[in-house]
Ligand binder design. Structure first.
Ligand code: GDP
Length: 296
């Protein structure tokens, strides 16, 4: 699976050197494997658990790379399996409102475009709302995507009130029978207080129009940030609530393991992964595939 090649390389290369071919792995070998696992961003708890599993395992034909990887992959898949959860459009009354949050540069705008494309392919009526009014570039970029996709977009002036844009968007989406409204939001974590107020105001306005909205609060995380992604989950949970994750840029990094650490720690649904800059590069999250890619 090409998109995750970088993720696949790391663990496999590092494991090859330490294996003994014996039916039981010994302490020093287990230590080394545990180190490799920690460096793969799986997190210490997960690494320790896999180590325990490996210590218990009797390798009938000798502990070779394939046998060890199989144990690692199974253990990772057991963590990722329960959190895989595609975004479904099931809100009544329509529209389903999906708030997309994340720090600037995480791939938020691109992910919104990819999601819009994904829902269009499923024959849903999609609308975008440019709720990041802080950056003129963000509004412009989203507008370009909307034109390319042929979906309606609601924008406001730069520096304008984001909640006002969202209010207008929900009104228009409701009036025109839109199924999914995807809302971009500001991502300037440098000013947490302001961002928190702004997101809270958006939620308040949405809640007045439909008590169920926002139906989804999707946090976009950049895989190349490694362990920082974990801190971002904590921060955005506090700022805005988070109902699910999309991790981007898994094509450009060997750090897919951080998704496992995130699942261990937070258990949030993982909706999809990004493996490139194009519209088709949003993939459903397949736990087995990522587990195999991480294990190599
Ligand atoms: P935003 O500031 O969070 O809205 O981020 P953007 O959507 O503008 O994305 C920042 C950069 O990351 C852009 O150059 C995107 O093309 C790129 N990008 C987004 N998602 C992916 C991905 O899954 N893989 C790769 N390689 N690049 C991505």
């Amino acid at each position: 699976f090409g998109g995750l090649k970088r993720t696949s390389d790391r663990l496999g290369d590092n494991l090859s050197g330490v294996l003994t071919g014996q039916t039981r792995l010994e302490g020093a070998t287990l230590d080394e494997i545990e180190d490799v696992l920690i460096m793969s961003d799986l997190g210490p708890a997960m690494a320790a658990r896999i180590r325990d599993r490996l210590a218990e395992t009797r390798f009938e034909r000798g502990a070779d790379i394939a046998a060890v990887k199989a144990v690692v992959a199974d253990e990772i898949a057991a963590v990722l399996g329960p959190v895989a959860d595609p975004l479904d459009i099931d809100a009544f009354p329509r529209p389903q409102v999906i708030l997309v949050i994340g720090v600037n540069g995480s791939g938020k705008t691109t992910t919104i475009a990819k999601l819009a494309h994904y829902f269009q392919e499923l024959d849903y009526g999609v609308m975008l709302a440019a709720g990041d009014t802080f950056r003129a570039a963000a509004i412009g970029q989203l507008r370009v995507w909307a034109e390319r996709l042929g979906v309606p977009i609601v924008t406001g002036p730069e520096g304008g009130d984001a909640a006002g844009v969202v209010f207008d968007a929900v009104k228009q989406a409701t009036a025109t029978g839109i199924d999914v409204l995807i809302v971009d939001t500001a991502g300037r974590l440098q000013n947490k207080r302001e961002l928190m107020d702004e997101l809270a105001k958006i939620r308040r306005v949405l809640g007045k129009l439909n008590p169920e909205a926002p139906h989804d609060v999707v946090l976009v995380l950049d895989a190349t940030n490694g362990q920082n992604a974990l801190q971002q989950i904590a921060t955005f949970k506090e700022l805005a609530g988070v109902t699910g994750l999309i991790m981007t840029k898994l094509d450009g990094t060997a750090r897919g393991g951080v998704l496992v650490a995130a699942s261990e720690q937070y258990g949030l649904p993982i909706h999809a992964i990004g493996i490139g800059e194009g519209l088709e590069d949003l993939r459903p999250f397949d736990p087995r595939q990522l587990a195999d890619a991480i294990a190599g």
